[in-house]
Design a protein around this ligand. Structure first.
Ligand SMILES: NC(=O)c1ccc[n+]([C@@H]2O[C@H](COP(=O)([O-])OP(=O)(O)OC[C@H]3O[C@@H](n4cnc5c(N)ncnc54)[C@H](OP(=O)(O)O)[C@@H]3O)[C@@H](O)[C@H]2O)c1
Length: 375
């Protein structure tokens, strides 16, 4: 299509190839070794030698992006990284190019296929977290050590990159608040169905007042949200802006051929100017305490006055209840509520107080609810 035919100058692994030799015979370097070092050193060296670089390394970009982009700008080369976020889904290009003129207000993403597969199977087949994770590992959707995925760290790195592009402000992985899916139970998913909600590990990057908030946590979505129907190992990203209302991009988030397609797409783009390295045109403060709706799951002794006491504590923090499901379990009862949006710090203050009440049978569990629907 482009008439250009890339030729392989050489391959470097830990046991094979010589970096300087390969560099000398190349126009462009593809970094797919992962991790920070020596990936960072190779990428910097290649750009300083005037080579374009293509990488799929989200950890490197989310922790050293500013240094890398500055080096790319200084040396007039391209650093392309479509494969680093949402695999083959072309979200980087869309943010950097197609939406360059839109003021992005919010980005929501399901950017980790492992956790989306686990949550989908828990909801679909009623599996426990451990069983769903084991199944994901057997099918190759989860690695032998899934820690980075299930703790939300992998998604946090990707959201840092998306926030950096969406808001043109420096964003480091350390500034992203993240929480994983390890504490989610099959019960949460069962009650959610009753309340018309789907549970996802959602990354959010949004403008809040004069700053930005970037976070990753499990969240419930109503059926009208474009991410509610993204199941299995798929990834999807929604971008919201006044100019475009909302767009959603979805597709396979990982896998050899899929990631290779994103990487080769970058190789071809790099061979065709113009170069785009994102300039940080703003320095927005990072906001940690934001407004959110919540799902609250409580196991309580079934006796008079319980609901009134819980409602009083919630009321004192300004939390108001949107819907309640109550189920009797012998001497105990299960109370599941969805709260209207309020400041997270106030909600968690109420949850701490509720957790101390003598009729609580186990610590209350809280999960955020994203209330937007696009229907
Ligand atoms: N797999 C996916 O679906 C996917 C999706 C999106 C992004 N990515 C990103 O792509 C990158 C690679 O992931 P992967 O799954 O392909 O990893 P992988 O299977 O572990 O492959 C890493 C490769 O890099 C080589 N390598 C490792 N350390 C090296 C070093 N110090 N010097 C030279 N070569 C080294 C390894 O060869 P030796 O072991 O022989 O040295 C191996 O060929 C990561 O940044 C990952 O986050 C992967």
């Amino acid at each position: 299509m482009t008439g250009l035919r890339p030729e392989l100058a050489g391959v470097l692994t830990r046991s094979r190839g010589d970096f300087e030799e390969i560099l000398a015979g190349s126009d462009l370097v593809v970094e797919l070794i992962g991790g920070i070092e020596p990936a960072r050193a190779y990428v910097l060296r290649a750009m300083r030698a005037g080579r374009h670089v293509v990488s799929a390394n989200k950890q490197l970009l989310s922790q050293h992006g500013e240094e890398l982009w500055a080096t790319a700008r200084e040396h007039g080369v391209q650093l392309r990284f479509e494969g680093a976020v949402a695999g083959v889904v072309p979200v980087i290009r869309v943010l950097q190019e197609s939406l360059a003129a839109a003021r992005v207000e919010r980005v929501h993403g399901i950017v980790n296929g492992t956790t989306n597969y686990v949550l989908s199977e828990m909801a679909r087949a009623g599996l426990s977290y451990a069983d769903a994770l084991r199944q994901a590992q057997e099918l190759g959707y989860a690695e032998a050590d899934p820690t980075e995925d299930v703790t939300g760290k992998d998604a946090a790195a990707k959201m840092a990159i998306l926030a950096r592009l969406a808001f043109s402000t420096p964003m480091h992985l350390d500034q992203v608040i993240y929480e994983g899916i390890e504490h989610i139970t099959a019960d949460d998913l069962e009650y959610a169905k009753e309340l018309g909600l789907a549970l996802k590990l959602i990354g959010t990057a949004e403008r809040v007042d004069a700053g930005v908030s970037v976070r990753v946590h499990p969240a419930f979505l109503y059926a009208g949200h474009p991410l509610a129907s993204i199941d299995g190992p798929f990834n999807a990203v929604t971008v919201e802006s006044d100019a475009i209302t909302e767009i959603t991009l979805s597709g396979p988030g990982a896998g050899g051929p899929q990631t290779a397609s994103a990487v080769l797409g970058d190789v071809i783009s790099a061979m065709i100017p113009p170069a785009t390295t994102p300039a940080a045109t703003a320095r927005l403060p990072v906001v940690e305490d934001v407004v959110s709706a919540f799902y609250l799951h409580m196991e309580v002794a079934d006796r008079p006055g319980v609901l009134a006491q819980i409602a009083e504590i919630l009321g004192m923090q300004g939390a108001s209840i949107k819907s309640v499901v109550q189920r009797g379990l012998g001497d105990n009862a299960r109370l599941v509520m969805v709260m209207h949006p309020l400041l997270e710090s106030r909600f968690y203050a109420a949850v701490r107080l509720i957790g101390q009440l003598d009729f609580m049978r186990s610590p209350p569990r809280a999960i955020r609810v994203i209330e937007e629907e696009f229907v």
